[in-house]
Design a protein around this ligand. Structure first.
Ligand SMILES: C[S@@+](CC[C@H](N)C(=O)[O-])C[C@H]1O[C@@H](n2cnc3c(N)ncnc32)[C@H](O)[C@@H]1O
Ligand SMILES: [Zn+2]
Length: 156
């Protein structure tokens, strides 16, 4: 992957965020979402309770594995969610079907100027119902005009 054009610092959306330090072109693969590869069961056991506070460094890779960026996480773990994102998370599936070798990359979906915060839609859908309480727990502060007020996405 080419040299990184990003840096982490405080964000107006939440905590730390990741910002472009140089212009990034639409379609550019910016950074890999790194972390320890764990099964869903391992992660549930480790964070079952903690994950219920609406803060997560977990990325669901596929129905077997989760990337746990609490351990060995890289800069991508600081990228915030937005209802009007400039990036997307793309899962590259291993061509031999080895699911533990699937990878996640963050890619630009439009040109991004230096100084702009990078965001993607986390696409969070809970197993349980999206009650008003759950939506509030996962409240979105992205500030975009079309902000839905929650990071939870409609169930299909
Ligand atoms: C992967 S971390 C992103 C880095 C985070 N800003 C931090 O400093 O820890 C994901 C967590 O950041 C918070 N977050 C990210 N995007 C948000 C948003 N649009 N509105 C509110 N909180 C957000 C949520 O707590 C979410 O679970
Ligand atoms: Zn929002």
């Amino acid at each position: 992957m080419p040299r990184k054009k990003i840096a982490a610092r405080l964000s107006p959306i939440h905590g730390n965020g990741v910002f472009a330090t140089e212009a990034i072109r639409k379609g550019e693969r910016i950074v890999r979402y790194k972390g320890k590869l764990r099964t869903h069961d391992e992660v549930d056991e480790a964070y079952g309770e903690i994950d219920e506070n609406g803060h997560t460094f977990l990325f669901t890779l596929n129905d077997e594995y989760v990337v746990d960026a609490n351990i060995d996480g890289g800069i991508a773990r600081w990228i915030n969610h937005s209802c009007k994102p400039n990036c997307e998370a793309v899962i590259e599936e291993n061509d031999k079907g080895k699911r533990h070798k699937d990878k996640v990359f963050i890619e630009a979906i439009r040109d991004i100027k230096p100084g702009e915060e990078l965001t993607y839609n986390y696409g969070i859908v809970l197993d349980e119902p999206h009650t008003a309480k759950a939506k509030k727990l996962w409240a979105c502060l992205c500030g975009s005009r079309n902000c839905t007020g929650t990071m939870l996405q409609p169930k299909r």
